[in-house]
Design a protein around this ligand. Structure first.
Ligand SMILES: [Fe+2]
Ligand SMILES: [Fe+2]
Length: 283
């Protein structure tokens, strides 16, 4: 890595001025961010191909993309039974859209894996063979037994997904950074839909579907699994990911931001938020 653009000087240069958005109507352009914005290689050009990546970062990206793709494909399996069981026509259409979006996210993560050659392809084949109950994270091995599960999952678990994706925004691996904006906008629909389902269950009850008690029970079922998804509080991997400019936050920082965001949303609906240590498996 002696002469690589990523070997970097002894002390990292300052990030320089933020990218500017010129007036597009006057012929300006939006400059893509091409340099690493945080971590130990600030100011150096982003990595664009697997061949440029330091070994440790290469392994980390493969690992994170495998988990990412696994969650996308798993959630398709979880949503599938509700495609023609959702209570309203609009709910069925949004279910179908969510399934299509998750398939596209899985494809996008696999495209990144494919760039890693034979190793990536082995992972893709493995991912495509996974059945319900065989996935990496507990939240994705649980069934949606009731419509309240669909609401709580999309409101709580998809929201964690959004935090995971936001953590990659403008990260040091260009192909991953460029995949984020569209995935994030699609995920936003999923979690807003989930919040709406829960809100309607609480306020309209059986006139819509289910009851406030069912909504509350679903929150208690999914909230601990959602908090677990952030991973161990003192994870060395999450510290490394920041140093590499790959992730913006540690697991615990992201979890605390999530709790601060979701608490008032649930409380405004009239739902209780379980304590952060309730029924947790990963702390
Ligand atoms: Fe997704
Ligand atoms: Fe989603």
């Amino acid at each position: 890595m002696q002469n690589s653009p990523h070997s970097g000087p002894d002390s990292p240069p300052s990030p320089g001025p933020a990218p500017t958005t010129k007036n597009l109507r006057e012929g300006g352009t939006i400059e893509p961010v091409r340099e690493i914005l945080w971590g130990s290689s600030v100011g150096v050009r982003k990595y664009e191909t697997p061949g440029e990546l330091p070994e440790e970062l290469r392994k980390l990206i493969v690992k994170l993309m495998v988990v990412q793709a696994d969650t996308e494909f798993a959630s398709i399996q979880q949503h599938r039974p509700w495609l023609d069981r959702a209570p309203t026509l609009e709910d069925r259409w949004i279910e179908a859209r969510i399934v299509a979006d998750e398939a596209r996210h899985g494809l996008q993560a696999c495209r990144i894996l494919k760039d890693f050659g034979e190793e990536g392809q082995v992972w893709i084949d493995d991912l495509l063979s996974k059945k319900e109950g065989e996935h990496k994270l507990d939240a994705f091995n649980m069934k949606f037994d009731a419509w309240s599960d669909v609401g709580a999952f999309t409101c709580l678990v998809d929201r964690v997904g959004v935090y995971q994706l936001r953590a990659f925004q403008e990260c040091s691996y260009g192909p991953l950074a460029r995949a984020m904006p569209l995935m994030l906008s699609e995920e936003q629909l999923h979690l807003n839909f989930g919040a709406n389902v829960l809100r309607r269950m609480v306020h309209d009850g059986p006139q819509y579907s289910g009851t406030a008690e069912e909504a509350q029970a679903a929150v208690r079922k999914w909230y601990p699994r959602a908090l677990d998804m952030f991973g161990h509080s003192h994870s060395e991997t999450s510290r490394k990911a920041i140093e590499f400019g790959l992730k913006r936050w540690t697991n615990e920082e992201a979890r605390q931001r999530y709790i601060a965001e979701i608490t008032p949303i649930l409380q405004r609906m009239g739902l209780d938020v379980p304590p952060p240590d309730f029924d947790r498996r990963i702390t």
